[in-house]
Design a protein around this ligand. Structure first.
Ligand code: SAH
Length: 566
C-alpha cells in the first residue's frame, strides 16, 4: 500500500540512533527533533503537542519515538473530530517495540510491519483479521470501496470463526493473503461494479471503475447521474469520477454535482458529445450513452488522476503574523491540499513543513506580478496552487497582484481557474491586540512605501488622515532604500497631534523574538523602527494605563467627543 511520507518525531537525544534506523525504511522521511533537546535532527520543532497535532491535522503519518501515553494524550482532543486520520505509530526509543496506534484504514499496520522488519522485531499488531489473514479485508486498497463496513465486520468475524471463503471478480490484492479459500464455500467476496444486494454471506467490494460524462445543460445533474447509473444497473459506489468538457470548467452545476456525489471532476477537451467524451476519458471501456449522459464502465479501478485534468485551483492565503496558532483553519486546510506553493522564501518557509510531493517555488519579494502570472500558469494546468503572503493577503500583499494579473489576461484558461482569497490576521491587528485596543475607534491604514505610489500622495493622505484624527497604522514604515520617509511622515502627523500621543511599535509580532513597545509621538525617532516593525499612532482620544504585569494597556475608546452616560 502507498502512504505519504511520514514524519519521524523524537523528544530526546537517546532516540536519534533508532530514528536513523527507521529512516532507512523511509528514506524520504525527515527526523524532527525537539528544540534544545536534540542535536543533529533533520528539522527542529518548538513544542511537541502543537507540532504533533499539526502533523495529524495535515494528514501526515506520524512515527513518534516516545511513550504511547504521551502520544495518546496529545492527540486525544483531535480524535473525535471528523477529518484526517493518518497512521500514527509509537516506537520504543531503543527500537524494541513497534506499536501501531491509529489509522487502521490509513495503512498503519502495513507501516508497523515495514518498520518492525527494518528493526528486526515483531510489530504489535492487534487487529485480529489482519493477524490471521495477513491483510485487512475491511480496508481494500485505493480504487476499491467496501459496500458496508458493519456487514463487513460480521463477515470477517465469520471467517475468524472458521468459515471458508471464495472470491468472485478481480481482487489482485488478495492474492498474497492467507485466506481460507474453498471454491464451494458459502461465504463470498464479490468484486464488481454491478449493483447488487449483499446476502448475509457476502463481502461486497465495488471497484471504482466507472466514469460518467456529463454536460452543464442538464437540470438536477446529481439526480440524473443516479438515475442513469440505476438504469444501467451500476452501483453508485463504483462511480470514480464525473467527466465534462473543458469549456465547462467554471460551470457551477457540474462542480456542485461532483461535490454532492462525492467524486472528483475531470475535464477533457474538444469532444463533440458526451458519448465521445466518455470514450476518450476511459479508452476501451464499455460506454452506455443516453441523450445527455454517458457511462463508461471499465474492468478495473480507474486511475482518475490520469483522466483529462482537474480544474486548477489558486488560493491566495494569509499566514497571519507568524505564529501557527494565529493562522486561520481554512488556510491550514489549503496548505494541506496544495500541489505548488509560491512566495517569498521567508514566508514559504514559515508556511511549512511541506510534504515531498509539494513543489515549492521561492522567489524574490519584489517579483510580485511575475509570481502572480506563474501561479496562474500552474493553476491553468490543473494544479492546486497557493500564493503565500504574511498577515492578510489583501493588505499590501499578493491578492491584489493576483487579481491584477487575471484582469489583464485574456486567457480563458486563467479565467476558469478556481480562485479564492483566504484571509489572515494582518500585522496591524495582531500588534493592536497585544497592545490592547489602539485601533478601537476609526483608524486609517497606510503603507509608507513610495515604490508603487508617489510620495506626494502619501504626504497628502497622511496630512488629511492626521487632520481627521484617525488613529494611524503604518505598514512598510522604513527600509534601507527609503531612509528619510518615516521622519517626514512623523513631522506631518505632529502638525495635528500632541507630543504625548501614544505610539505602539510591534516588531516581529507573532514570531520568535517579538518585541512590543509603547512610546509617544514626541519620543519616537525613525531609528527605533525597521522594516519588520508595525507603527500604530493614537488619535487624540487614545489613552494609556498600566497593566498589572508592569506593561501598559493602550486603547482608543469607542466613543468620540463626549463620553456617553454609563
Ligand atoms: N500582508 C501583510 C503586510 C505586508 S507589508 C499583513 O497583512 O500583515 C509588510 C509590512 O508589514 C512590514 O514592513 C511591517 O510593517 C508589517 N509587518 C508584517 N509582519 C509583521 C509582524 N509580524 N510584526 C510587525 N510588523 C509586521
Amino acid at each position: 500500500m502507498t502512504h505519504s511520507t511520514p514524519a519521524i518525531v523524537i523528544l530526546g537525544q537517546g532516540s536519534l540512533a533508532t530514528a536513523r534506523h527507521i529512516q532507512q525504511v523511509y528514506p524520504a522521511a525527515q527526523i524532527h527533533g525537539l528544540a534544545g533537546r536534540v542535536e543533529g535532527a533533520d528539522v527542529v520543532y518548538q513544542e511537541f503537542g502543537t507540532f504533533l497535532r499539526e502533523l495529524y491535522q495535515r494528514d501526515v503519518p506520524i512515527i513518534a519515538l516516545c511513550a504511547a501515553g504521551i502520544v495518546i494524550r496529545t492527540l486525544a482532543p483531535l480524535l473525535l473530530e471528523k477529518g484526517a486520520e493518518p497512521a500514527v505509530l509509537v516506537i520504543a526509543e531503543d527500537g524494541s517495540a513497534v506499536v501501531p496506534l491509529l489509522g487502521g484504514l490509513g495503512g498503519v499496520n502495513v507501516m508497523a510491519r515495514e518498520i518492525a522488519a527494518g528493526l528486526q522485531v515483531a510489530a504489535a499488531i492487534t487487529t485480529s483479521g489482519e493477524l490471521r489473514f495477513g491483510t485487512c479485508l475491511l480496508n481494500p486498497p485505493s480504487g476499491y470501496a467496501l459496500a458496508d463496513l458493519e456487514l463487513g465486520k460480521r463477515f470477517v468475524s465469520d471467517l475468524l470463526a472458521g468459515h471458508s471463503v471464495r472470491i468472485e471478480g478481480a481482487a489482485p490484492w488478495l492474492n498474497q493473503a492467507q485466506l481460507p479459500q474453498d471454491p464451494t464455500a458459502q461465504h463470498l467476496i464479490h468484486v464488481g461494479s454491478t449493483e447488487r444486494e449483499a446476502s448475509a454471506y457476502e463481502l461486497l467490494i465495488y471497484p471504482r471503475s466507472v466514469a460518467v460524462a456529463v454536460s452543464a445543460g442538464i437540470a438536477d445533474l446529481p439526480g440524473a447521474v443516479r438515475t442513469a447509473l440505476k438504469q444501467a444497473n451500476v452501483a453508485m459506489q463504483s462511480l470514480a469520477c464525473l467527466v465534462a468538457e473543458s469549456s465547462e470548467m467554471a460551470a457551477a452545476n457540474v462542480r456542485e454535482a461532483a461535490l454532492e456525489l462525492g467524486v472528483p471532476l475531470r475535464f477533457v477537451s474538444g469532444q463533440g458529445d458526451v458519448g465521445a467524451l466518455a470514450q476518450v476519458a476511459v479508452p476501451g471501456a464499455k460506454v452506455v450513452a443516453s441523450d445527455n449522459l454517458a457511462i463508461a464502465i471499465a474492468e478495473h479501478p480507474l486511475d482518475v488522476a490520469h483522466i483529462g485534468r482537474s480544474r486548477g485551483r489558486l488560493a491566495v492565503i494569509g499566514l497571519g503574523p507568524g505564529a501557527a496558532e494565529l493562522m486561520v483553519p481554512v488556510v491550514k486546510a489549503e496548505l494541506a491540499r496544495a500541489t505548488d506553493v509560491l512566495g517569498y522564501e521567508t514566508y514559504v518557509r514559515m508556511a511549512g513543513p511541506f510534504r515531498d510531493d509539494q513543489v515549492l517555488h521561492c522567489t524574490d519579494n519584489r517579483e510580485e506580478m511575475q509570481r502572480a502570472r506563474h501561479a496562474f500558469r500552474l493553476a491553468a494546468e490543473g494544479r492546486s496552487v497557493i500564493v503565500v503572503s504574511s498577515g492578510d493577503p489583501g493588505v499590501f500583499a499578493m491578492a491584489a497582484a493576483v487579481l491584477e494579473a487575471l484582469h489583464e489576461s485574456n486567457d480563458p484558461e486563467w479565467h476558469r481557474v478556481d480562485l479564492e482569497i483566504l484571509p489572515g490576521v494582518s500585522a496591524s491587528l495582531a500588534t493592536a491586540a497585544q497592545a490592547g485596543a489602539p485601533l478601537g475607534h476609526d483608524f486609517c491604514v497606510l503603507s509608507l512605501s513610495d515604490n508603487l505610489k508617489p510620495w506626494s500622495i502619501i504626504e497628502k493622505r497622511l496630512d488629511l488622515a492626521a487632520q481627521a484624527d484617525f488613529a494611524l497604522a503604518f505598514y512598510n514604515p522604513i527600509s534601507r532604500a527609503r531612509p528619510w520617509q518615516l521622519g517626514q511622515a512623523l513631522e506631518i502627523v505632529a502638525r495635528h497631534r500632541t507630543p504625548e500621543t501614544p505610539v505602539v511599535l510591534g516588531r516581529d509580532i507573532g514570531r520568535p523574538g517579538q518585541t512590543l513597545r509603547t512610546t509617544t509621538l514626541g519620543a519616537l525617532t525613525p531609528d527605533q523602527v525597521d522594516m519588520r516593525t508595525m507603527v500604530l499612532i493614537g488619535s487624540s482620544t487614545t489613552c494609556v494605563f498600566s497593566h498589572a504585569e508592569g506593561r501598559q494597556w493602550v486603547y482608543t475608546p469607542r466613543w468620540y467627543g463626549q463620553k456617553p452616560e454609563a
